[in-house]
Design a protein around this ligand. Structure first.
Ligand SMILES: *[C@@H]1O[C@H](CO)[C@@H](O)[C@H](O)[C@H]1NC(C)=O
Ligand SMILES: *[C@@H]1O[C@H](CO)[C@@H](O)[C@H](O)[C@H]1NC(C)=O
Ligand SMILES: *[C@@H]1O[C@H](CO)[C@@H](O)[C@H](O)[C@H]1NC(C)=O
Ligand SMILES: *[C@@H]1O[C@H](CO)[C@@H](O)[C@H](O)[C@H]1NC(C)=O
Ligand SMILES: *[C@@H]1O[C@H](CO)[C@@H](O)[C@H](O)[C@H]1NC(C)=O
Ligand SMILES: *[C@@H]1O[C@H](CO)[C@@H](O)[C@H](O)[C@H]1NC(C)=O
Ligand SMILES: *[C@@H]1O[C@H](CO)[C@@H](O)[C@H](O)[C@H]1NC(C)=O
Ligand SMILES: *[C@@H]1O[C@H](CO)[C@@H](O)[C@H](O)[C@H]1NC(C)=O
Ligand SMILES: *[C@@H]1O[C@H](CO)[C@@H](O)[C@H](O)[C@H]1NC(C)=O
Ligand SMILES: *[C@@H]1O[C@H](CO)[C@@H](O)[C@H](O)[C@H]1NC(C)=O
Ligand SMILES: *[C@@H]1O[C@H](CO)[C@@H](O)[C@H](O)[C@H]1NC(C)=O
Ligand SMILES: CC(=O)N[C@H]1CO[C@H](CO)[C@@H](O)[C@@H]1O
Length: 596
């Protein structure tokens, strides 16, 4: 579930001329946020909304109605939402009635959210992973996290768009953020520019004020990357903290349900409502005894906490050579933020000694394996097997009340590939008669494995897991070139794509099964946001919430930058490649990387 449109973006850079773009100076935002029942909801927090609910200046029905109205206006252009829950009003009214009787379930009572289309909701909204082939299927129940969210009193407003099959569909020819069911998700900061993927709808909907909070999933960058490109907070928990039961699988070794919000505290409140042990996801049981009483939101602080903090920046690869950081103007913006942190009393340790195994597990382009990783050790070697097995398991769990899709018995991932071919879902693959359609080379590669977990599967998995964990553990206990060991409060990683390269934040942290968070810090030369990420170690979400919130309160991104829906009505597919003058090459996984 992830990655930026590497391949396509660059291939098409040569073929497309830039059209339909506008200059910032003459632009008027076509979708200013309107007050909701007189309340300014732009930038409002969950806590402020609870005050409004309590003093009756707003109801859950009114708030949900405002978001539905806004989605109705914007979505035909930006395609953030696949389906609105037709029962939203009844649900919101029920929660208002409860409140009138003095029952408030918790901090999210009455708050509307969107969930990604690969997370099962047992309601009138279809759960399809953006895929037309799954339309008409019925889930066996709510996902564990969805059941918890309902119990917490959220209004499940609908399903958000995503890169189809959570970005597991294609690597070579696709457009990031596109799905058969939802169309092309657009970046509210600049419609011709990259959204990154795969939780594009959840991230962009929060950025464009189409919803307050949303839920996405990550296998390989799918929360962190789109959050970075949307200018919102993305929080990806330790694998297993949020149960994957009821989530269409990418890889059980990596999948994690995460949150998007306009601020760290709200992202943590949403996580608090979702996490917990679940007998139906054995991985989730490991969290027992490792989670704080009272949840993670309590760890949010302000910038005064930065005095005395010690942050590390891993210089080789992550701060030295990653393509996005090297793109024109970007590095200076990151260094300026480091200076602000220093002025607020933090120490920045320039980690010039390479982190353990850095050159084995991270390439210089961002997403993907080190370029010289032999095939048998590549992450795709086990991710493809996991995808085959996970998707096939999912097809076994759903039912087809009205018969199977197109009368084809979809029983395994191979059947999906056949269905896509028979239904012209791949025809065109971004050209010809159906330019909006995607290839499916990644599905084909997964089918070729037959889902066999042989010795090489386990070797590839463990090789990367062990090195990725050692890399991040080693970062937190950093030994300098003179042998001094420094304990760090947070490891800061740029979350920025560029020139067709994707962000470098996710490859190692996802393989390690560790958590990470990203906050927005600035925008690049094409007005696309850039994020500053923090890597965590196992179950260190409290630490991430603390340092991300402290940093966020210092930078105050939203006070300086707001999305203006530039090029909202473009029909350009795929997105423009960035940074003319870059050259692009493929790594051993056919991931495209570009550099100056
Ligand atoms: C209701 O609460 C909101 C948020 O705290 C506040 O801005 C507003 O003034 C309050 N209104 C009334 C009538 O109490
Ligand atoms: C969306 O807006 C159109 C008018 O632009 C209106 O006809 C339609 O009823 C609205 N739909 C919803 C669900 O509000
Ligand atoms: C099955 O078909 C019936 C009647 O056409 C329709 O009401 C129902 O929504 C369909 N169910 C699904 C899961 O598509
Ligand atoms: C920041 O947090 C500290 C400690 O909780 C508190 O004393 C201080 O008033 C806060 N500052 C602001 C500006 O909110
Ligand atoms: C970190 O150290 C490297 C190598 O000495 C240097 O080139 C770079 O400018 C330093 N970065 C920061 C932010 O201090
Ligand atoms: C890849 O090359 C780097 C040097 O550039 C080396 O340190 C690393 O061990 C190599 N990794 C593999 C898996 O061969
Ligand atoms: C998909 O293809 C099958 C087989 O050709 C056909 O029966 C079915 O109607 C098609 N479904 C859609 C949604 O086009
Ligand atoms: C696929 O496209 C061709 C050419 O437009 C068309 O004749 C055929 O009916 C389509 N098949 C399906 C299943 O939609
Ligand atoms: C060793 O490196 C640390 C951090 O770079 C520095 O603070 C310390 O002074 C150095 N010690 C010696 C003996 O050079
Ligand atoms: C949006 O991106 C296009 C290239 O796709 C660029 O020409 C344009 O300047 C950007 N808009 C803004 C406001 O930066
Ligand atoms: C997009 O919007 C701009 C500015 O409102 C307008 O000039 C242009 O004609 C629109 N293009 C399309 C394809 O609708
Ligand atoms: C809620 C909504 O607007 N859904 C739309 C999502 O995108 C598809 C394809 O463009 C439309 O058919 C839906 O109406």
């Amino acid at each position: 579930m992830a990655k930026v449109a590497r391949a396509v973006a660059c291939l098409f850079y040569l073929a497309f001329t830039i059209t339909q773009t506008v200059e910032a100076a003459s632009w008027i935002n076509p979708f200013p946020v309107e007050p909701c029942n007189g309340v300014d909801i732009k930038g409002i927090t969950v806590a402020q909304l609870q005050h409004h609910f309590a003093n009756k200046t707003l109801t859950a029905v009114q708030l949900a109605q405002c978001y539905v109205n806004r989605i109705n206006k914007t979505n035909i252009y930006v395609h953030h939402v696949i389906e609105i829950n037709p029962d939203w009003r009844t649900i919101a009214q029920g929660l208002d009635d409860e409140r009138a009787k003095g029952v408030v379930r918790g901090p999210l009572h009455g708050i509307p959210i969107l969930t990604k289309d690969n997370i099962a909701t047992n309601d009138k909204v279809q759960t399809t992973d953006g895929n037309l082939a799954l339309l008409g299927s019925k889930v066996s129940g709510d996902a564990f996290v969805v059941a918890k969210l309902r119990a917490a009193g959220v209004v499940l407003l609908g399903h958000a768009n995503e890169s189809e099959d959570a970005d597991h569909r294609a690597v070579l020819a696709f457009s990031e953020g596109w799905s058969d069911r939802g169309g092309q998700c657009r970046n509210v900061w600049n419609g011709t520019q990259q959204t990154a993927g795969s939780s594009t709808g959840p991230a962009q909907a929060v950025a464009g004020y189409n919803i307050l909070l949303s839920v996405g999933t990550e296998t390989h960058g799918s929360v962190l990357h789109p959050a970075g490109h949307a200018g919102v907070v993305g929080l990806k928990p330790t694998v297993g903290l949020t149960s994957r039961n009821g989530v269409i699988p990418g890889s059980h070794n990596r999948d994690s349900v995460g949150t998007f919000a306009q601020n760290v505290h709200d992202a943590a409140l949403l996580l608090d409502a979702m996490y917990g042990p679940d007998d139906n996801d054995p991985w989730s049981l490991a969290q027992v005894g490792k989670t704080p009483n009272g949840g993670y939101a309590q760890f949010a602080v302000n910038s005064s906490a930065l005095k005395g903090a010690v942050f590390g920046i891993p210089y080789p690869i992550w701060w030295s050579t990653i393509g996005g950081l090297r793109a024109p103007g970007n590095e200076a913006k990151f260094l300026a933020r480091l200076d602000m942190l220093k002025q607020a009393g933090a120490t920045i340790v320039n980690m010039t000694v390479p982190l353990p195994y850095a050159y084995d597990i991270q390439n210089a382009y961002g997403w993907g394996d080190a370029i010289n990783t032999t095939y048998w050790l590549q992450s795709a070697r086990y991710l493809n097997v996991d995808l085959y097995n996970g998707y096939t398991e999912w097809l076994g769990q759903i039912s087809w009340p009205n018969g199977t899709a197109g009368n084809l018995p979809l029983q395994n991932l191979g059947d999906l590939v056949v269905w896509n071919n028979q239904n012209n879902s791949t025809t065109g693959a971004l050209g010809g008669a159906y330019p909006w359609r995607s290839g499916q080379d990644a599905l084909v590669a997964a089918v070729a494995t037959g889902g066999v977990r042989d010795a090489r599967y386990w070797t590839a998995w463990y090789w990367r897991l062990a090195r990725s964990q050692a890399c991040i553990d080693g970062a937190y206990s950093y030994t300098t070139s003179n042998g001094t060991t420094i304990k760090l409060d947070a490891i800061l990683i740029p979350n920025v794509g560029g020139g067709g390269a994707s962000s470098s934040i996710a490859s190692v942290v996802d393989a390690a099964q560790y958590p990470a968070v990203t906050i927005p810090i600035n925008v690049d030369g094409f007005n696309v946001p850039m994020g500053l990420g923090i890597w965590g170690t196992s179950y260190s979400e409290a630490r991430l919430v603390k340092w991300a919130s402290a940093t966020e309160s210092l930078f105050e991104f939203a006070a300086e930058f707001q999305p203006e829906f530039y090029n909202y009505n473009t029909t350009k597919i795929p997105f423009d490649a960035r940074w003319p003058g870059y050259t692009c090459t493929y790594d051993s996984l056919a991931h495209l990387g570009c550099s100056a």
